[in-house]
Design a protein. Structure first.
Length: 171
């Protein structure tokens, strides 16, 4: 319980500073953009791995679309967070932990009229199952792509794709 409390405090601190990162990196080139998107991505996945739905929500646009090759399409922030609360975080005896596969994550800028307005981050990730009373186990491997949009000085995910799910040992 103490660890979760400390993680929540850390997340709160990082998320409160997060808006500062939006403006300082927004227009400064692809290296800074890559660092910013990787930071935002890592903060999102910390919230995900801790089932902090409130923290996860702030990373999505209101009109987010989540495409999952097994779970289907989810449209809108309200439906997405309801699904996360019910399915991913609704069972205290079962959780998933996500980890990016090292060396697979890439960031690509999206520009219009020479101005960066968004970015795509893509790669592979693995998932671990955490069940109460059991040892954590590697469960699966999938690919992902997210479109991050800069709107009103804030970076948020607007489209998320999670696909090619399969066993983690298929490579």
């Amino acid at each position: 319980m103490k660890i979760k409390f400390c993680i929540n405090i850390l997340l709160t601190l990082l998320f409160s500073l997060s808006p500062c990162f939006n403006y300082s990196f927004a227009q400064t080139g692809t290296d800074s953009l890559e660092k910013l998107i990787l930071l935002k991505d890592s903060l999102f996945w910390i919230a995900y791995n801790n089932c902090d739905v409130g923290a996860m929500k702030q990373f999505f646009t209101d009109d987010v679309e989540f495409y999952h090759d097994r779970g289907g399409l989810t449209k809108g922030l309200q439906d997405l967070t309801a699904g996360i609360e019910k399915n991913l975080c609704g069972n205290d005896n079962f959780k998933l932990r996500r980890e990016a596969v090292e060396g697979t994550v890439e960031v690509f800028p999206l520009t219009g009229s020479g101005v960066i307005y968004g970015a795509i981050i893509s790669g592979e990730h693995v998932f671990y199952v955490i069940e109460r009373g059991k040892e954590e186990r590697l469960d699966g491997l999938a690919k992902f792509a997210q479109i991050w949009i800069l709107k009103d000085g804030t970076w948020k995910m607007s489209r998320v794709l999670s696909y090619d799910h399969g066993p983690a040992n298929r490579k």
